[in-house]
Write a protein that binds this ligand. Structure first.
Ligand SMILES: Nc1nc2c(ncn2[C@@H]2O[C@H](COP(=O)(O)OP(=O)(O)OP(=O)(O)O)[C@@H](O)[C@H]2O)c(=O)[nH]1
Ligand SMILES: [Mg+2]
Length: 349
């Protein structure tokens, strides 16, 4: 599973644009038909118009269905994001409606062509073509709300963070204003990307650094893991639960400096809650803004400063060590207690 390229989701045309594209292309193709005999020419033209209009409609619609990520293939975290951003049920339902319309469009073309085959007059050919166009238009009309929904959903989905589940990921949590985003910027090679969580107006930062060819992703959690869980709605809890599966490690920042906007006791309560929620992953508690701290404050924890760079390389090294993504397993080493052939023969391995 590679990361979902939310930004790659194609533009969705307006319903009228889909029809204009289909009928425009059909007209151009009809103009190319050459036959000196008017009867045969018109018959071929009408056939071709119906066929290509229906093809363009069906192809346009199925290309949307095909290029939108399949929910079943998404990670739990990505699915939680989609659910919060636009709703998974609606997402499925609306894409299914497009699939249905594409099939209807093929059916309409088939029926019209069979009719044209039976007809024997030029006027009838024209009528059959007009009738088919009317039916195609009405199919597009019928799915117009779904098409418009997808156009808007695309705009919401494009802003979601794209996290690659095959690479390590570090989640950075802590109360508001403790320096989460600053830490990600300081550890990142290059500028962090800015994306959004659908539950908050705050922008999250997505940075990465490379170590032994692995890309370590870092994502912060503004609006997610920064206030008491009792204040959460179910959809936020779903995203928080999904964080458990996303992160290989969690860095919890506490701000013990004067510039802190959340009392230390509240930050500690939050840490307790996060520990309960993220029980399966290692949590590193780090004291931030060390440049603003008295020398003794926060001496229990690792201290870092995004400002001066103090402690950053130590933190990076610790993250790499606990994630152990680059641990090379000896492919020739057998698991313990593995029955070995040569033991059967009483030889010492
Ligand atoms: N002196 C000093 N200031 C820092 C440090 N890290 C962050 N700050 C400042 O603290 C403030 C908050 O930093 P952010 O990185 O935005 O904090 P955050 O946790 O991402 O905040 P939210 O996203 O609002 O929850 C900013 O004004 C930073 O400049 C640091 O190491 N030293
Ligand atoms: Mg931030």
């Amino acid at each position: 599973m590679a990361s979902v390229e939310w930004r790659g989701i194609p533009t969705v045309l307006y319903p009228q644009e889909i029809l204009d594209k289909a009928f425009g292309r059909a007209r151009n193709l009809a103009d190319l038909v050459e036959d000196p005999d008017k009867y045969h020419r018109v018959r071929k033209q009408m056939n071709r118009m119906v066929q290509s209009a229906s093809d363009v409609i069906a192809k346009t619609l199925t290309s949307y269905v095909g290029r939108w990520p399949s929910l079943n293939a998404l990670t739990e975290f990505d699915r939680a994001l989609v659910d919060a951003a636009v709703g998974c049920d609606e997402y499925r339902r609306n894409l299914a409606a497009l699939q249905w319309a594409a099939e209807q469009s093929h059916r309409i073309a088939g029926e019209a062509q069979r009719k044209i085959l039976r007809l024997r007059d030029i006027d009838g050919f024209h009528k059959a073509r007009r009738h088919a166009y009317g039916r195609l238009s009405s199919i597009i009309d019928q799915i117009s709300p779904q098409v418009l929904w997808l156009g808007e959903a695309r705009n919401a989905l494009r802003k979601l963070p794209a996290i690659d589940p095959t690479e390590p990921c570090i989640v950075v949590a802590g109360s508001p204003n403790v320096g989460k985003s600053a830490l990600i910027s300081a550890l990142s090679s290059g500028e962090p990307e800015v994306a959004s969580y659908p539950f908050t107006t705050k922008q999250l930062h997505l940075g990465h650094f490379v170590h032994r060819r692995r890309s370590y992703q870092m994502v912060d959690t503004p609006g997610l893991l920064d206030r008491p869980m009792a204040e959460r709605n179910p959809i936020e809890m779903q995203a928080i639960a999904a964080l458990e599966h996303l992160g290989d490690a969690l860095v919890f920042l506490v701000d013990l400096s004067q510039s802190s906007t959340t009392p230390v006791s509240e930050q500690e309560n939050l840490l307790g809650e996060v520990r309960e929620l993220i029980s399966e992953r290692p949590i590193i508690v780090v004291s931030s803004k060390s440049d603003l701290l008295e020398s003794t404050a926060g001496s229990d924890e690792m201290r870092i400063s995004a400002e001066t760079g103090e402690g950053l390389e130590e933190l990076r090294a610790q993250l790499i060590e606990i994630i152990a993504a680059d641990e090379i397993l000896d492919p020739l080493k057998l698991p313990e207690n593995w029955p070995r052939n040569d033991e059967k023969h009483g030889r010492i391995a």
